[in-house]
Design a protein around this ligand. Structure first.
Ligand SMILES: [Zn+2]
Ligand SMILES: [Zn+2]
Length: 366
């Protein structure tokens, strides 16, 4: 058995693999040997040194896939060698959100008890970008035998976190949806909407991303929100010009939040999926509730990740060949974890790149 754990340490402008003592699980935990560690927004830590919602290194590298390596005392529902998805977040498993099978990231007690955080820090650097990772058992889901690790890894913040909101609202081919602000969350939202047959209009300014939205994610139309008549263009694509049934805001910026709200029909629903908290106070959305919401009887809600009770279904969905072809196109790069700094540079400079740079995967053992 390997004696050291290889862990990625990220600071501003620096990312290096360090060796720490092997973690051993306490009751309620297992150690997973990770085979794929997808990057989510951790390249921003490399750019700014700020951990955002990760708060500390504990939650950086939160998406993972691997094989159970060691069981904690009293863990009986799992076996060494089981292939698993590690779902993001450290949900308590006991509050009403958890008990009702809702999104783990929305758990009322999401913050770890300090003793667990301390234990995790000491044993594996606390980081999810590591070869051997401590995981609470309620954040594991078994991977079907026929599903490759690469596709299973899309169950977190690629196809997964955008799957739950699309499914929760029972979106079908009857619906016209608007997706505003297209990064990889936006692209994955389009994929989930197209999987369910909806008509999708994309709102975006970046040519490369719009091309990816149309060619990879198979959106039906795109509209440039800078066009003076952008709203009329969106409405013209909906029945009776009434506006879209659902709008998905995927950037976290007020610019797109307002436009997504404006694009909705009366009684329509805006679902906020974007997260951009690192940008500071200018992100406050100055919402006019009366004309923006009340007269149109509109709904605004938000969603951040896979519901507990959707986990097995999302893994079955990822067995679908069409879905797998989308994951193949959305995951554009794979790096050994030891070359993470190179990957972060690539992601932080993707605006100036000629090629489309989507999701990046790390291989922790390399
Ligand atoms: Zn993520
Ligand atoms: Zn909870």
């Amino acid at each position: 058995m390997c004696e050291k754990n290889r862990v990625l340490k990220i600071e501003q402008g620096k990312a290096e693999v360090v060796e720490l003592p092997m973690p051993h699980p306490e009751a309620g935990f297992v150690v997973v040997r990770q085979t794929v560690a997808p990057n989510c927004i951790e390249h921003r830590i490399h750019k700014t040194g700020f951990y955002e919602f990760h708060e500390s290194p504990t939650h950086a590298g939160h998406e993972g896939v691997g094989v159970i390596h060691e069981l904690g005392p009293g863990v009986t529902d799992w076996q060494v060698g089981d292939r698993v998805v590690v779902f993001q977040g450290w949900a308590c498993g006991k509050c009403w959100v958890c008990e009702n099978g809702l999104g783990a990231t929305h758990c009322i007690n999401l913050k770890l008890p300090p003793e667990v955080e301390e234990f995790n820090q000491a044993a594996s650097g606390g980081n999810g970008f590591c070869e051997y990772r401590l995981v609470p058992v309620n954040m594991l889901t078994p991977i079907p035998d026929e599903l490759d690790d690469k596709y299973a890894s899309a169950a977190n913040c690629l196809i997964g976190c955008t799957y739950s909101p699309v499914r929760e609202y029972n979106i079908t081919k009857e619906h016209v949806c608007l997706v505003g602000g297209v990064g990889f969350i936006g692209l994955a939202t389009i994929v989930n909407l197209k999987y369910r047959g909806a008509k999708v209009i994309v709102l975006g300014r970046d040519e490369k991303r719009m091309q990816a939205a149309m060619e990879i994610a198979e959106a039906d139309h795109f509209v440039n929100p800078e066009d003076p008549d952008w709203l009329e263009q969106v409405q013209a694509l909906t029945p009776h010009g009434r506006g879209v049934d659902f709008a998905f805001e995927c950037s976290g910026y007020p610019y797109y939040q307002q436009k997504c709200l404006d694009g909705l029909r009366h009684y329509g629903t805006l679902i906020l999926l974007g997260y951009a908290a690192h940008e500071g106070p200018e992100l406050k959305w100055d919402l006019n509730t009366e004309s923006g919401l009340c007269w149109g009887h509109k709904h605004i809600t938000a969603h951040f990740d896979v519901n507990f009770n959707h986990r097995e279904d999302i893994l079955r969905t990822l067995c679908d060949p069409w879905m797998q072809s989308k994951v193949d196109q959305l995951v554009t790069h794979t790096f050994p974890m030891s070359k993470a700094a190179e990957a972060f540079e690539l992601l932080n400079n993707r605006g100036s790149s000629e090629e489309f740079i989507g999701k990046v995967h790390f291989i922790p053992g390399e």
